[in-house]
Every structure is written in structure tokens, then in C-alpha cells.
Write a protein that binds this ligand. Structure first.
Ligand code: FE2
Length: 180
């Protein structure tokens, strides 16, 4: 059970314009939306944008760059619990996509495009994490957030953010829910 005081939420600002996480492309018509696809198939159709793993890296580069405006491959690798060669491989991919500049001595600097997308990814993460916190999820909160965040459509995220904002502004409602 959680009380309103325990609801420390992360969502800094709920900006409806930061919702087009992926390419912003209208992927499907209404008819297509009504068809069923396996999860794997849906993920394949997303191959013109960043993979889930690339999103994780970009989100972390954004987090780590907030103070100094840059991060380094080693710092990134340890933040994501991966080996430096894997991090540097992924950073090279992000550089190919124009998201980061990868410089000598392992410096990683976000491009304008990378900064914008990184901010959106962090926002999405925070919305999902806040939602799970409101639900009262305590076990594996971060792991669950990391798994869920990559699967949300812009509309689902927008509506989820609206719900999180609504509930955050009404802690008494949440407390009442948890008493039920
Ligand atoms: Fe995340």
C-alpha cells in the first residue's frame, strides 16, 4: 500500500508535443490497425527506426550528458552494465544514424537530433515508471519499465501520460484506490 507522500514521481513536465518517439511516420491505416500481428512481426515492421537496444543507449547517453554535455564510452558501458567494446559498437551505430558524434578518446556527444530523441526517450521512460509506481509496483520496477517502454505507440504514450498527470494531481484518489 502506498500513501500520497510516497508517490515521488519523476515526470518533470508533461509535454504533449514530445510524443512522436519514433519516425513520426503514420504507420498504418485504420483497417490495418484492426488486424492482429504477433509481437515479433510488429517489431520487424519497426526496422526503419531505432532498435530497442539503440533506444536504451540513446536514453542513457542523454541521461549522462545532462550535466556536462557529453559522456564517454566507458561511463556509458558501466551505466548500462555492458562491456566497453559493445558500447562502442552501439555508439558507432548511433553515429551512423546521426544521433551522436563519436570523438577521439571515447567522447560521445549528442547531435541536435540525438538530443531531441534522447529527451523524448527519457520522458517516455519516466511516464512508464511513474505509472507503475502509481500502480504500486515495487518489484523489478526498473526492469518492467525498460521492457514496456519500447512497445508503446505514440497515442498509447500520450494517453498514459494524461492518466499519470491526472492521478498525480489527485493523490487522494490513488491512496483510496490502494486502500480498496
Ligand atoms: Fe529506459
Amino acid at each position: 500500500m502506498i500513501c500520497p507522500q510516497q508517490l515521488r514521481l519523476n515526470t518533470i513536465e508533461l509535454q504533449p508535443h514530445i510524443l512522436f518517439i519514433k519516425s513520426g511516420k503514420q504507420v498504418s491505416s485504420v483497417k490495418e490497425d484492426e488486424e492482429f500481428f504477433t509481437f515479433r512481426e510488429l517489431m520487424k515492421r519497426d526496422d526503419d527506426v531505432l532498435t530497442a537496444s539503440m533506444e536504451d543507449y540513446l536514453e542513457m547517453v542523454y541521461r549522462l550528458s545532462r550535466d556536462n554535455g557529453f559522456t564517454r564510452v566507458n561511463e556509458l558501458a558501466s551505466a548500462l552494465n555492458v562491456q566497453p567494446p559493445s558500447a562502442s559498437k552501439m555508439i558507432q551505430k548511433l553515429a551512423e544514424q546521426g544521433m551522436v558524434d563519436y570523438e577521439k578518446y571515447g567522447y560521445v556527444i549528442l547531435t541536435r537530433k540525438g538530443k531531441k530523441l534522447g529527451k523524448e526517450l527519457l520522458y517516455r521512460h519516466q511516464v512508464v515508471e511513474d505509472f507503475l509506481r502509481i500502480l504500486g509496483v515495487t518489484e523489478g520496477l526498473l526492469e518492467q519499465t525498460e521492457k514496456i517502454e519500447h512497445t508503446l505507440s505514440p497515442q498509447t504514450l500520450k494517453e498514459l501520460a494524461r492518466l499519470v498527470k491526472y492521478l498525480t494531481e489527485r493523490p487522494e484518489l490513488v491512496a483510496d484506490y490502494h486502500k480498496s
